[in-house]
Design a protein around this ligand. Structure first.
Ligand SMILES: Cc1cc2nc3c(=O)[nH]c(=O)nc-3n(C[C@H](O)[C@H](O)[C@H](O)COP(=O)(O)O)c2cc1C
Length: 359
């Protein structure tokens, strides 16, 4: 059976896969453009784009905004007819400015997690840009729908449900992550589908629910489509592609990772995160590497005086390949990756496997 397309308002992705946004600098125009070109949805991370490029100088605020514009334009050049989104974390200091900049550039979708994006409709309403929150529970989905309707008369254009096996920051407490079987994505997705139903009826429009976290192959994609998801968001698999914007050393860390290397860290963002264990993280565990000063002022939730290290710098170092001074976030299934491939090969394989499993 053919995989259904993913419809989000007037947008239609032929392939119902969203490549998850990955900061710092892991999913930029190179990866997002290559994914969008295949008919899936490519997502640029709106996190510290400028930090990867010295030409933007020391005014990080201004530089980030300008870099976001450039990345959106570059992705559009790679995939002029593709669907491109930007992932903007609620926790970043410049949230509103980044959202407004992406909308000015005519971005198709804004995806926001790491907090509840309660004011996102204020910016997208009346534009062609779609607003997609990321949630980890039906409760969070209900809170967002209720608040958006009450304050903005707007419902999400789609909702991404991220389960506990995802990469990066996680919407679960550390104790919950120790009992992942109690928080299965397979259970949360149908609960969110039920939660949004009354809002779909009230507004006379579908609210597609998209499953994310630990989805590795086409069999997994078929499983979630059968459960009622309209699509999936995947990130870890896209890191091990030639087009991914991280350094080769970062990608190689994925290929080399074993199951026992995966760990849960406490991040200065204020949420747990999943990462590949290394000497840097072990050192942080032993003696916090409190940053001398805060260069970026990037997170609303970070207090540099109490922070065990500067996460922006550590992630940027890793993106550049300096894993001695940083670390790589990853999804739970990273250890199953054994080679680096091209984005179109990966997408073709996922679609073929999914269609075989939808029979
Ligand atoms: C290296 C890496 C960085 C990530 N950074 C972000 C981010 O900046 N913002 C965000 O919302 N999600 C982030 N994520 C989560 C992904 O977008 C995605 O939802 C999740 O990893 C899906 O699970 P999977 O990796 O098992 O496919 C990141 C994931 C990885 C692996």
């Amino acid at each position: 059976m053919k995989l259904p397309s993913l419809k989000i308002g007037d947008l239609e992705a032929k392939i119902p896969i969203i490549q998850g946004g990955m900061g710092v600098g892991i999913s930029m125009s190179g990866l997002a453009g290559a994914v969008a070109k295949t008919g899936a949805i490519g997502v640029i991370s709106g996190l510290h784009l400028s930090l990867s490029d010295p030409k933007w100088g020391k005014d990080f605020r201004k530089a980030n905004i300008e870099a976001l514009r450039q990345e959106i334009r570059k992705a559009r050049n790679i995939a002029p007819h593709g669907i491109i989104g930007v992932n903007i974390l609620v926790a970043i200091t410049e949230y509103a400015t980044m959202v407004k900049t992406a909308i000015e550039e005519g971005i198709d979708i804004i995806i926001s997690g790491a907090g509840l994006p309660l004011n996102l409709p204020e910016f997208v309403k009346g534009t062609r840009t779609k607003a997609i929150p990321i949630v980890s529970s039906a409760r969070a989905a209900a809170t967002i729908c209720k608040s958006w309707v009450q304050k903005h008369d707007y419902v999400p254009d789609a909702i991404i449900v991220e389960g506990p096996k995802a990469g990066g920051h996680l919407g679960f407490k550390r104790e919950e992550l120790e009992h992942m079987d109690d928080y299965k994505l397979e259970d949360i997705v149908p609960q969110v589908i039920e939660t949004v139903k009354p809002y779909e009826e009230q507004y006379g429009k579908p609210i597609p629910v998209i499953a994310a976290g630990g989805i590795f192959d086409g069999k997994d994609i078929a499983k979630f489509i059968k459960l009622g998801a309209s699509g999936v968001q995947m990130a870890t698999r896209f890191v091990a592609t030639y087009e991914c914007d991280a350094s080769m050393a970062f990608k190689q860390a994925y290929v080399n990772a074993k199951k026992e290397d995966i760990t849960i860290i406490k991040s200065p963002v204020g949420m747990p995160g999943r990462a590949i264990k290394n000497a840097f993280l072990e050192e942080v565990e032993k003696h916090a590497k409190t940053p001398d000063f805060c260069r970026y002022n990037c997170l609303k939730t970070c207090d540099p005086k109490k922070s065990p290290y500067c996460i922006a710098q550590a992630l940027l170092n890793a993106q550049k390949g300096n894993l001695d001074e940083g670390f790589a976030f990853c999804g739970e299934n990273v250890y199953r990756i054994d080679k680096i491939v091209h984005v179109d090969e990966l997408i073709n394989e996922l679609v073929r496997e999914a269609e075989e499993n939808l029979q």
